[in-house]
Design a protein around this ligand. Structure first.
Ligand code: CTP
Length: 400
């Protein structure tokens, strides 16, 4: 319920992307927001007010002269007490109106009449040529300069059959952007590099050694760092998860590949923070076969030999000018004792301990943070909540 208690005025203008806003409305209400829909006449050509009222559970407004508002001033009353106004889809014409402060229908008038502290977010949706038109680009530059947040658009196939920039973001991406807009940008201007998930060490072309890490904790931390305004790169082992929105993901398989990808990123960009969440295999199979190993007889078993993998976290911490390094420790018992010892051994300022088999693959976790001052528990919660708390803890430490 990331939007619990938030009042969102959701404006729809004319565009085929109106169909995506039905799903966005569901997402917003499920996240705890109360959603108040305002539609232009053009928007009602694409989706009905009946649908939007049923989904939002609130009266839908389309008319500047709507007498259901006691003082007959919907352009004022609807945004009072609002936490944000979101226009999705936002047409070429509506961007032009915003850029010039036009007030010729309820939605445009309501935007101009909004209290100055209520943020306005727009999700453009239009044909590629309309997006690229110099007048549109001029208007987009103007609305950004006026403090309006522009979400997207994305590139891709369009309803008209043409391909290019101008597609509205998907409903889940818009929801993520709206949630993120309420987060303090405490990591703005900072780059954060994260490893996540398990590694997979081949035995032969069809078999390998891996572990039960799902990647959920690392991906949630990447999402929380992006929400806090950071530029985030996620080096992931094999997981079933999509890259978090806004995060650049580099896919790897083995510990060696993960190590090499981390070193490439560190050489390419200055990274302020490195968070090693991945459950990296300590050993790889030294005599992996390039062909599938066959069972030749009932008594025959393959003889695997192991070689040690590089310790990614220790290698980064040992650099001449390391980023602020955060390690994870997945223990099976004695967390308080082993966590403190591991922090010293890995030589990192912050180590996050958890009980591996209590968390791998689950949506919840509990963490213990170890630093030079001792330890601090973050009680059991879902991984997104813990990720936000951990990012706050890291931010406090790097700001000192
Ligand atoms: N780690 C790493 N590279 C490795 C092994 C571990 O970067 N080859 C990182 C993990 O991402 C984690 C931390 O080191 O942040 C701790 O990993 P863990 O496996 O729990 O500790 P180990 O040092 O391997 O100790 P042990 O397995 O003996 O508990």
């Amino acid at each position: 319920m990331r939007l619990a208690g938030k009042k969102i005025v959701l404006g729809l203008t004319g565009g085929i992307a109106c169909y995506k806003v039905a799903e966005l409305t569901r997402g917003l209400t499920k996240a705890g927001a109360s959603v108040h829909i305002v539609m232009t006449q053009s928007a009602t050509q694409f989706i009905t007010p009946v649908t939007m009222q049923a989904l939002s559970g609130n009266t839908v407004y389309t008319d500047q002269w709507d007498a259901r508002i006691p003082n007959n001033m919907p352009h004022i009353d609807l945004t009072r007490g609002a936490d944000a106004i979101v226009i999705a889809p936002c047409s070429t014409n509506f961007i032009a109106k915003l850029a010039h402060g036009a007030c010729d229908d309820l939605l445009s008038t309501l935007c101009v009449a909004r209290p100055h502290h209520v943020p306005l977010l727009i999700a453009p949706a239009m044909n590629v040529e309309m997006w690229l038109n110099p007048a549109t680009q001029r208007n987009v530059t103007q609305v950004k300069a006026d403090g309006i947040k522009v979400l997207g658009p994305a590139a891709g196939e369009q309803a008209c059959g043409e391909v290019g920039m101008g597609r509205m973001l998907e409903a889940d991406q818009l929801l993520t952007e709206i949630i993120a807009s309420f987060q303090a940008k405490t990591l703005a201007g900072k780059s954060v590099l994260i490893t996540a998930g398990p590694t997979f060490e081949p035995i032969d072309p069809v078999r390998g050694i891996t572990n039960l890490s799902s990647g959920k904790m690392g991906y949630a931390i990447a999402q929380a760092a992006w929400e806090a305004g950071a530029d985030v790169t996620l080096i992931s082992g094999p997981t079933a998860l999509d890259a978090p929105y806004g995060v650049r993901k580099v896919q790897t398989q083995t510990a060696q590949q993960m190590h090499d990808a981390v070193m490439v990123e560190l050489a390419a960009h200055h990274q302020h923070v490195f968070i090693a969440v991945a459950a990296v295999a300590d050993w790889r199979v030294a005599n992996a076969s390039s062909q599938k190993i066959k069972k030749t007889s009932d008594s025959d078993t393959p003889q695997l030999q192991f070689a040690q993998n590089p310790d990614i976290l220790a290698s980064v911490a040992a650099l001449a000018e390391p980023p602020y390094c955060v390690g994870f420790a997945a223990e099976s018992e004695n967390l308080l004792e082993y966590g403190a010892v591991k922090r010293a051994k890995k030589n990192v300022p912050l180590l996050v301990g958890n009980i591996g088999h209590h968390t791998f693959g689950k949506d919840e976790n509990e963490l213990v943070l170890f630093d030079v001052n001792g330890h601090k528990a973050l009680p059991r919660a879902d991984k997104h909540t813990l990720a936000i708390q951990l990012i706050q803890e890291i931010t406090q430490r790097i700001s000192k």
